[in-house]
Every structure is written in structure tokens, then in C-alpha cells.
Design a protein. Structure first.
Length: 109
């Protein structure tokens, strides 16, 4: 991880050397999330949103400014309430692997 300065202070951002691990754990988290959504009845509740998922701060090679990178996408359900209600186990998995991800609710479609 690399310490980066932003307008809101400093943050820790992942680097290209950590990208493969982020992708691997992001895929596993996506499977956990999908299973939990199915376990909860596979409902499609809430506002139709795109881009839902887990994001991390990432700074690309040769860049100074970090950007948000989605490591897990929630493409199987449109409703943001259903996605939000089923995310906790997947987010806990990422935290157990030391990955500092945040849930992003997406944009209204």
C-alpha cells in the first residue's frame, strides 16, 4: 500500500503489485455475496442502480493521484436494497483478508 495525499487528507491506496490479490479476493467475495443474496430469497427490491460493488483506493503505476477501483461487482440484481442487505458476509470476508473495501451503492438507472 502507498500513502497518498488527497484534498480530504491522506489515504492508503493499493498498488499494481497488489492488484492480482485484490482481483482474486474480489472474485471470492462476489461469490459469497451472490450466495447470500440467493439465501435471502433472490429478491430484486429497491431502486434500479448500476455499478454496485465493493471499491478500494488504487494508485496506478506512475500516477500520484489515487482512484477508486471496483474489485467486486453486483451485476446479478438491479435493486439496491437487495444488494445492500446481502453484502455483509462478503465485506467481512474482504476485511478478514486485510482488504479495506467500501460498499458503493451505484448510480440510479
Amino acid at each position: 500500500m502507498k500513502i497518498c495525499n488527497t484534498y480530504n487528507g491522506t489515504i492508503e491506496a493499493y498498488t499494481p503489485t497488489e492488484l492480482e490479490s485484490l482481483k482474486t479476493h474480489g472474485t471470492i467475495a462476489g461469490n459469497i455475496w451472490h450466495e447470500q443474496w440467493q439465501y435471502q430469497g433472490a429478491q430484486d427490491l429497491g431502486t434500479c442502480t448500476g455499478g454496485k460493488g465493493f471499491r478500494v483506493w488504487y494508485v496506478a503505476k506512475g500516477k500520484r493521484k489515487p482512484q477508486e477501483l471496483t474489485i467486486t461487482r453486483c451485476d446479478w440484481v438491479q435493486g439496491n436494497l437487495s444488494a445492500q442487505r446481502s453484502k455483509d458476509n462478503a465485506l467481512a470476508y474482504l476485511e478478514s483478508k486485510g482488504i479495506k473495501a467500501q460498499y458503493y451503492d451505484g448510480w440510479m438507472d
